[in-house]
Design a binder for this molecule. Structure first.
Ligand SMILES: *[C@@H]1O[C@H](CO)[C@@H](O)[C@H](O)[C@H]1NC(C)=O
Ligand SMILES: *[C@@H]1O[C@H](CO)[C@@H](O)[C@H](O)[C@H]1NC(C)=O
Ligand SMILES: *[C@@H]1O[C@H](CO)[C@@H](O)[C@H](O)[C@H]1NC(C)=O
Ligand SMILES: *[C@@H]1O[C@H](CO)[C@@H](O)[C@H](O)[C@H]1NC(C)=O
Ligand SMILES: *[C@@H]1O[C@H](CO)[C@@H](O)[C@H](O)[C@H]1NC(C)=O
Ligand SMILES: *[C@@H]1O[C@H](CO)[C@@H](O)[C@H](O)[C@H]1NC(C)=O
Ligand SMILES: *[C@@H]1O[C@H](CO)[C@@H](O)[C@H](O)[C@H]1NC(C)=O
Length: 912
């Protein structure tokens, strides 16, 4: 049996002995004040029966007063066990509405994965409807044990790692389970805590001192350094438990508004408080034990990331405020004139007619079809933006009328809430205001009828403008001026109006979380910047409250858009760029980190955000290069183009009213961008193979140093460097005026990527030169990176000759692989090319695993070996020296070999 029942007598004595210590500890578990901790006082604290005031702090009462007790013995479910819980004192409450009878259930999945559910024993409550992948039956020999207190005891539970008996999850203090307030606390095995989002973190590792609280709930909230909820919801974290690097990760599977607090108990123990305002408690624990394995395990459940088509790994140029086809053409000409690589041209809402989806402006964008044709002739792809909100001008706007005919828009949850001034024809739809000059309604993308309608609109639109990919913005969903006098952009000639949410339990919940106190919290309601929570949505079978499914809006729009693009471009890989995401979005979405500013700190935070989203199973991620708001100067844009050349999703974008900031604007930035992007394009075969691994196994693409070196304590705090995979380390300059920077090199040999100089033998921190045009890049000894001669776009570069950059480790060996499958289309393993490369004992051995026809016509023409000891006397390919030449640089110990070998045949190259 996997559960443990307390042998009560012995434990009683221990518990009694621990009771005093725990009393002190619990003081640090704060009581929740909707207005924030500033209002905490003895009087305010006294209003909560579940709280008490000690030593100037308002903290929760002990679990045996405020919590639940176990009633009865655990019941084996065949997939784990279940036990009944009962509220010890129904009169002890935070906000009322306590659920008296609960069920605690441990559900065993893979050996590395256990699920814990705590739910109402008597009434069904909302559970996240996003599908997840679970094994058909529990795997044998689990790596974990779930412990729960025995019959009659105060409820606690824990999850321990069997290999070393250490606890990963251990509940502390009372469990609170009220209709609109769920709260629990866990002890953490260390302060090496990472993840949670979408929040812009100023560091990858979380802060425990002072206590730090972030809300999570999808909101149109620009990037900032405040503790704010932003565009998506990712209640997922990872903890490195010990010096060896054992790690586990946890998903709190909720879409309700929530918050998390990190803090230290009085005795220094790190702790985490989790609060949500609806649904149930549904936790998934993944046991790794390495950080990278937790990524893989999490992605296995939530769905492996989409495999991006090769072209989408090229550079994307965008802005809001091209204002006309001329603006786009001018930017494009600057790129061409300076030879800066580009694969995608993106257009923001200014291309639309009065900012209406599925239209284009007949005045300034009249020749948009021609522009798209020109871009296509240049081998570029075109991305167009769409917003979810549609104008209510049904008579003059067929997409809205067709939507109304199919009844696809979000409705008020109660007809009595429909405002008296509701426009004729808008029925009981919830009406708001966004970009267009008329009120808007919001499609319910959970609804299959809405999905079908949207897909049809995408098709009709593609007949008008031959776009290649779709950018879905404003899908939190964003609404302007909610609860205010009027939206900021409301037409001045009209009577003030805005969407106003009722004062009911959904829109003014007893504990609205910290979100009402952060960011642009204009009305201090959870509906700020969005629509009211008092709305109903449906998946065709079940009715959901917007209150519960709000954070799924972006996810559901992504799924519908992906499906639409699949129908428009059968047999290809859709590219959907989404602002709002949820666990599972990675299967469909590319993500950018939202509305940042031209600010050096935002540049740093973009690295942290990228690392976070690689944990969240969304590896195709990047930030707006050179900043969305404000004007970057030349130096900042140059440095940001250097960093952005190593974002998986590399796009320069800015906002209306700013100067153009495309890299061709400044000659210096243009030259730097060309060189750095050519380097990106050169190593795209490597980046692409990382995406293939992500898609097949759930690996991250961009990695923090700690994933590659889990037992290196220094590496755990490094977040201004990152890896592509585990062998290319990027150390960008993100400091104004710097011409050098300190780089942390973990264990091993590190060579400068471009020239092959052995720079460091780690572990060591070293200062490296980084003049303006130079981004420090290092290849790790032991790696072989495939590359291809770069070109101005991937249509050209993917036909070019291959090369290898080989960096020898201390034993003179290296290994790597080459992957290629044409770059688009359905991924068929047997047709895709994969070869393994192994260098040892002065021989490079390439063995093809499958798919040699995919590389017919592609040859390997250059091999650069870093750290090669001496000039060879002969080099033969499959025993033949014909056609092979080389150059050895004895100073830096680099051997450059020139040859011409088809990738479609195994080979052995001997160096003697
Ligand atoms: C809860 O409070 C009510 C009224 O204040 C009281 O009658 C009842 O006994 C209390 N219940 C418990 C379990 O203390
Ligand atoms: C886990 O919980 C069980 C049951 O309450 C208890 O016996 C055990 O000591 C706990 N383990 C840890 C490490 O807290
Ligand atoms: C806004 O939509 C209404 C229909 O509800 C229409 O009567 C009105 O003319 C529209 N106004 C503008 C400025 O398009
Ligand atoms: C909205 O959904 C709630 C919860 O399912 C339901 O009770 C209510 O009747 C629905 N309202 C309407 C107008 O359908
Ligand atoms: C957000 O809330 C905080 C705390 O109530 C307040 O100080 C701040 O002014 C608010 N910000 C806005 C933009 O309303
Ligand atoms: C585009 O139009 C906006 C709004 O009219 C204006 O502020 C901006 O300066 C224009 N941009 C350019 C590049 O002309
Ligand atoms: C080359 O590698 C393959 C696969 O690992 C192996 O079977 C083969 O023996 C190797 N050849 C030599 C000469 O080492």
């Amino acid at each position: 049996m996997l559960f443990k029942v307390s042998p009560s007598l012995v434990l009683f004595v221990i518990c009694w002995a621990l009771a005093t210590a725990q009393q002190t500890k619990l003081q640090a578990i704060e009581c929740p004040f909707p207005e924030g901790q500033d209002v905490a006082s003895e009087t305010e604290c006294g209003k909560y029966t579940a709280c008490e005031w000690t030593n100037g702090r308002c903290h929760v009462v002990d679990a045996h007063i405020g919590g639940y007790q176990v009633v009865g013995d655990p019941v084996d479910t065949g997939r784990g066990f279940r036990v009944n819980l009962q509220k010890i004192d129904p009169n002890v409450t935070m906000f009322g509405g306590d659920i008296i009878n609960l069920i605690f259930e441990a559900i065993y999945h893979e050996a590395y994965h256990v699920q814990i559910k705590i739910y109402d024993a008597d009434n069904a409550r909302y559970e996240v409807p996003v599908p997840i992948n679970l094994p058909a039956s529990a795997e044998p020999n689990p790596l974990y044990t779930v412990g729960v207190s025995g019959n009659g005891d105060t409820f606690h539970f824990n999850v321990t790692r069997n290999s070393n008996g250490r606890t990963m999850f251990r509940s502390m203090g009372p469990l609170t389970f009220e209709d609109q307030f769920l709260q629990f606390h866990t002890w953490l095995s260390s302060t090496y805590l990472y993840g949670f989002g979408e929040n812009t973190h100023t560091s990858f590792r979380h802060v425990f001192e002072p206590r730090t609280t972030f809300p999570i709930f999808a909101r149109d909230q620009p990037v900032g350094t405040e503790q704010m909820n932003e565009y998506g919801q990712h209640p997922y974290y990872m903890v490195v438990e010990d010096d060896e690097g054992n790690s586990h990760s946890v998903l709190l599977y909720t879409s309700n508004a929530m918050e998390y607090s990190t803090f230290l108990l009085d005795d220094g123990t790190p702790a985490l408080t989790l609060r949500t305002i609806g649904g149930i408690i549904d936790i998934h624990v993944f046991l790794g034990p390495t950080p990278e394995e937790t990524n893989v395990q999490y992605a296995t459940m939530m769905g492996y990331p989409a495999f991006p088509p090769y072209w989408s790994l090229g550079f994307h140029l965008s802005r809001w405020g091209y204002n006309s086809t001329t603006g786009v053409r001018e930017a494009r000409e600057r790129m061409k004139a300076m030879g800066i690589p580009q694969d995608v041209q993106t257009m923001d809402i200014d291309y639309m007619y009065r900012q209406r989806d599925f239209t284009y402006d007949p005045t300034n964008w009249a020749d948009m079809p021609d522009l798209i044709q020109e871009l296509h002739n240049d081998n570029l792809r075109v991305t167009l933006i769409l917003d979810p909100a549609l104008v209510i001008d049904f008579d003059n706007y067929p997409p809205a009328q067709r939507g109304k005919d199919a009844d696809v828009f979000i409705k008020w949850s109660d007809k009595a809430l429909v405002p008296a001034d509701q426009e004729p024809g808008t029925d009981d739809y919830m009406v708001g205001y966004v970009w267009p000059d008329n009120k808007t309604i919001f499609p319910d993308f959970l609804n299959p009828d809405a999905q079908a309608w949207w897909i049809n609109e995408l098709k009709l639109f593609h007949d008008i403008l031959a776009y290649d990919s779709i950018w879905i913005d404003m899908n939190e969903p964003a609404n302007f001026g909610t609860n205010l006098d009027k939206p900021w952009n409301w037409p001045p000639e009209l009577e003030p109006w805005s969407l106003k949410c009722p004062d009911n339990a959904l829109d003014s919940p007893p504990y609205p979380t910290k979100m009402i106190r952060v960011g642009d919290n204009n009305s201090n309601k959870i509906s700020d910047h969005t629509i009211c929570m008092s709305a109903n949505q449906t998946d065709g079978t079940t009715t959901y409250l917007h209150y519960d499914v709000h954070s799924l809006y972006g996810w559901s729009e992504t799924v519908a858009t992906f499906q639409g693009l699949l129908e428009i471009f059968p047999g290809t890989r859709p590219v959907v760029l989404s602002r709002s995401t949820f666990p599972g979005s990675g299967q469909y979405a590319v993500h950018w980190l939202g509305d940042n500013s031209a600010d050096w700190e935002h540049m740093h935070m973009s690295i942290v955000g990228m690392l976070d989203f690689n944990m969240f199973g969304l590896p195709m991620v990047g930030a707006d290069v050179c900043g969305f708001f404000n004007e970057p100067d030349m130096e900042m844009c140059a440095r940001w183009m250097e960093l952005g050349a190593f974002y998986p999703f590399s796009r320069n974008h800015n906002t209306l009213g700013m100067q153009d900031q495309d890299p061709g604007v400044w000659p210096e930035v243009g030259a730097i961008s060309r060189d750095t992007l050519l380097l990106r394009y050169k190593y795209l075969p490597f980046l692409y193979s990382l995406f293939h691994k992500a898609h097949m196994h759930g690996n991250s693409v961009v990695r923090p140093l700690l994933n590659v070196f889990p037992n290196d304590l220094t590496a755990r705090d490094v977040d201004d460097q990152f890896f592509w995979g585990s062998s290319l380390m990027i150390a960008p300059v993100i400091t104004q005026g710097a011409t050098s920077r300190d780089v942390y090199f973990p264990e091993g040999l590190w060579y400068e990527l471009r020239y092959g100089v052995l720079t460091a033998t780690g572990p060591i921190t070293q200062t490296v030169n980084a003049p303006m045009e130079f981004i420090p890049l290092f290849i790790r000894g032991g790696a072989i990176l495939p590359w291809q001669e770069p070109a101005e776009n991937t249509e050209l570069s993917k036909m070019n000759a291959y090369g290898l950059t080989m960096a020898l480790d201390a034993t003179g060996t290296a290994s790597g692989e080459i992957f290629w499958d044409g770059g688009d289309g359905e991924h068929v393993m047997s047709e895709a090319y994969m070869s393994h490369l192994n260098f040892a004992a002065n021989a490079l051995n390439m063995t093809i695993m499958h798919g040699e026809t995919a590389v017919s016509g592609l040859n390997l023409e250059t091999i650069s070996i870093y750290g090669y000891p001496s000039d060879p006397t002969t080099i033969t390919v499959n025993g033949d020296a014909t056609g092979v030449s080389w150059f050895f640089d004895n100073v830096i110990k680099v051997l450059e070999v020139y040859l011409n070998v088809p990738l479609s045949q195994n080979f052995i190259i001997n160096f003697n």
